[in-house]
Design a binder for this molecule. Structure first.
Ligand SMILES: [Zn+2]
Length: 91
């Protein structure tokens, strides 16, 4: 299972923001880099070794975007951003 450190996740979201890819796929609103987290054994984001559920809530429609979903959508839309995203998350 993938494991992403929270700091890397925030950098990855910044990258998407710069490329205009940090948007809600339901309503089109821009998403903020405010990540909500909750400790959970099944989470794949880690902070100091603790696993977390992590998501970003759309300010307009309220949809809670799991980070892996946001990353997967960005990858489907933009190949270059996808490559950069993987570098930020995995290097
Ligand atoms: Zn939305």
């Amino acid at each position: 299972m993938a494991e992403w450190e929270l700091g890397r996740v925030l950098r990855a979201l910044g990258l998407l923001e710069e490329r205009g890819l940090l948007r809600c796929a339901w309503c089109g609103a821009g998403l903020r880099r405010a990540v909500c987290t909750e400790p959970h054994d099944g989470g794949f984001v880690t902070l100091n070794g603790i696993r977390l559920w992590a998501w970003v809530e759309c300010p307009k429609c309220g949809y809670q975007w799991a980070l892996w979903k946001l990353f997967r959508l960005a990858c489907a839309r933009n190949e270059t951003a996808c490559r950069e995203l993987k570098q930020v998350l995995e290097q």
